[in-house]
Write a protein that binds this ligand. Structure first.
Ligand code: FAD
Length: 298
């Protein structure tokens, strides 16, 4: 039996994702500290119950039949600053870290303004966005120092950056069952005014290029970028920009965003993904791979 105070049963997952899609979790728990997060995972492991650590749910698709096991929504977010070094629990959001750092004239997180992400999700995927001059990609690894993780055999250890094996949309967390409890970042000095200006410019850029979450629930780009050829451009090239299955549509704003126009299902997302992959491969020879996680039962 799971001994977790505050544990809920049969909770709909759709509202806990940016896609607004997903059936129910058998068990659901909101962890508000790293100790609660650690305890919930250890309980699930001891009871041989499948578990999933959820941040904002901005890079995953839950299946329509939900999740047989425990979903742990990570809302642990305590932080401390020592000069320009920030240590923060893994459920803190990037949005919150931009404001608490800016207040202290510390720069780093504003590059990722407008991206829905917790620290844990950001390290999973090596969060990235274009530099202010839009000439290169800035990755979260550039400000990351180390992380306190819970290992697969329930030990708590600190891992340095080099261990994380960061790549594009990749980190060691894809390869090994470690959960980030807390992370440390090295920020640099910049005036609050400059930081907030940069954050606003990034948000404005997104608004001009991408469908807005408030209007069109999504999990961002669905397909991985192919070097030198944007996945969105390939979808456009084969005439599938704007195409839809049920309530899921390849966005007119950005073809790689498969948006939920209202009441969409995971089954529809998967069908549209397959349709796009087949046509792109047939017409161009490129194989589009998905970059999002498919979690639970479909
Ligand atoms: C509108 C929109 C725009 C986006 N734009 C971008 C963009 O510009 N750049 C970009 O890089 N991404 C972008 N994304 C994708 C998404 O925002 C990122 O991948 C983000 O890092 C996901 O964070 P999350 O907290 O929601 O993670 P989730 O989606 O909840 O989880 C993702 C994975 O991380 C794992 N995970 C979460 N927390 C932990 C932890 N503490 N320890 C170990 N594993 C953990 C989960 O188990 C899961 O496997 C966008 C998404 C949307 C919806």
């Amino acid at each position: 039996m799971l001994s977790i105070p505050g544990l809920k049963t049969k909770v709909s997952l759709a509202e806990y994702t940016t896609y607004k899609i997903g059936g129910h979790a058998d068990y659901f728990f909101i962890a508000r500290s790293q100790n609660e997060l650690k305890h919930a995972i250890i309980q699930a492991r001891k009871n041989n119950i499948a578990y999933f650590v959820l941040g904002i749910g901005a890079n995953i698709l839950f299946g329509d039949k939900g999740f047989r096991g425990l979903v742990i929504k990570n809302e642990s977010k305590n932080f401390t600053f020592k000069a320009n070094i920030l240590s923060v629990e893994s459920g803190a959001t990037i949005e919150n870290l931009i404001s608490v750092s800016a207040e202290r004239n510390l720069s780093g997180f504003e590059h990722f303004a407008g991206i829905p992400s917790t620290v844990g999700g950001a390290l999973w995927q090596n969060l990235h966005f274009l530099s202010p001059d839009r000439l290169r990609t800035v990755f979260i690894e550039e400000i990351f120092v180390n992380a306190k993780v819970l290992t697969s055999d329930n030990k708590v250890i600190v891992l340095d950056k080099h261990y994380f094996n960061f790549g594009y949309d990749h980190s060691i967390l894809h390869e090994i069952n470690f959960i980030v409890l807390e992370a440390t970042f090295n920020l640099s000095s910049l005036s609050e005014k400059e930081i907030l200006k940069q954050a606003e410019e990034n948000i404005a850029w997104r608004k001009s290029k991408q469908p807005q979450l408030s209007e069109y629930p999504s999990c961002g780009s669905v397909f991985k970028k192919i070097d030198g050829v944007g996945a969105g451009r390939l979808i456009e090239q084969v005439g599938l920009k704007g195409s839809s299955i049920g309530s899921i549509q390849s966005s007119f704003h950005h073809a790689n965003f498969l948006v939920n126009t209202g009441g969409g299902t995971a089954a529809e997302v998967r069908l549209l993904i397959e349709m796009i992959q087949d046509k792109v491969e047939k017409d161009t020879g490129y194989k589009l791979e998905t970059e999002i996680g498919f979690i639970g039962e479909f």
